[in-house]
Design a protein around this ligand. Structure first.
Ligand code: GRG
Length: 301
């Protein structure tokens, strides 16, 4: 299914806005020490789909918030996502040569600078979230603080880091379906959920709306990684912009390995239905969120 023309062009326009905001949010290449800023920008502007910032902005929109209030988080989540990709590609982790269709950060800048580029992006994300413009209201400052907390939790040992630890430790081991779901929810789902929940917080969501959007986020977060498992098994490197077939080569626990291709596809479709159902009460304001859920499940890269 393709997106309605209006929604597809809105998504493209928002993506452009995110690119510009990211560009403003980071030191330029020539700022001292130039090497680190070159490495950061090399990976950040290598052509990611920007799904996380889009989800963040769409969640803010669903609760009637202003894009300007939500944009700092949209930038922060993309910085954190890029940091995780740079570190995941390091020889000590997944040891990959290709990312976003280009040589990985450590291949171009060396391992030490790649580690520091990841560290710089993680640090900048929180710096950026905490930088309130002059004249910002106390209400917005409190929302920012809550969004920082949501983000910090998603990046920590119960989220991204914990998921990566479990993922590394599961290589070559028998992992059951429940453990695998836990890994996927932590490694990938936590940050995606933080985009939606944090976007809602910054948009001024009521507690009830935050709750409803958490249901959407949970379904979309898991679906995203199931689809990633499917794509790794079915698409080539040219299409994906990263090495394909790595999960099987490294004997990784994946949905395809445990449930098979067809069942994995059915699970992703069921999660899409659950995500869309959670958006019912938001009506037309959730058009972007529903379109993004479809894009996530129906994507080819
Ligand atoms: C190293 C701290 C640390 C964490 C690593 C997120 C992660 C945990 C590793 C990245 C590798 C991986 C397979 C992550 C799962 C999430 C995922 C599918 C990332 C790719 O996201 P896309 O498709 O990529 O949104 P683009 O390039 O479009 O942004």
């Amino acid at each position: 299914m393709t997106a309605p023309a209006g929604t597809a062009s809105r998504i493209d326009a928002l993506r452009q806005t995110v690119e510009q905001a990211l560009d403003r949010a980071l030191p330029s290449r020539s700022v001292w020490p130039a090497t680190i800023h070159e490495a950061v920008r090399y990976s950040l502007f290598a052509g990611g789909k920007r799904i996380r910032p889009l989800l963040t902005l769409a969640a803010g929109e669903a609760v009637g918030g202003h894009a300007a209030d939500v944009m700092p988080l949209a930038c922060a989540v993309e910085m954190i996502h890029t940091y995780s990709l740079i570190h995941d590609d390091l020889p000590a982790m997944d040891d990959d040569d290709l990312r976003r269709g280009k040589p990985t950060c450590h291949k171009v800048f060396g391992e030490a600078i790649a580690i520091l580029a990841g560290d710089a992006l993680l640090t900048r994300a929180f710096h950026h979230m905490a930088a309130l413009p002059a004249g910002e209201s106390a209400a917005i400052a409190v929302r920012r603080l809550r969004a920082i907390q949501v983000l910090g939790e998603a990046c920590g040992t119960s989220g991204l880091i914990g998921g990566q630890v479990m993922d590394l430790q599961s290589e070559g081991k028998a992992v059951d379906a429940t453990e695998l779901e836990g890994i996927h929810r932590a490694k990938t789902g936590a940050l995606l959920s933080a985009c939606v929940r944090g976007g809602a917080v910054l948009g001024g969501a009521s507690a009830a709306d935050e709750d409803r959007l958490s249901g959407y986020a949970s379904a979309v977060g898991l679906a995203f990684q199931i689809v990633d498992d499917i794509l790794d098994a079915t698409e080539g490197a040219e299409q994906l912009g990263k090495t394909a077939g790595k999960d099987a080569a490294r004997e990784k626990a994946t949905y395809v390995r445990i449930h098979g291709l067809e069942r994995s596809r059915a699970m992703a479709r069921d999660l899409l239905s659950a995500a869309l159902a959670a958006l019912g009460p938001f009506g037309a304001r959730a058009t972007l969120l529903s379109e993004l859920a479809r894009l996530i499940v129906e994507r080819r890269a």
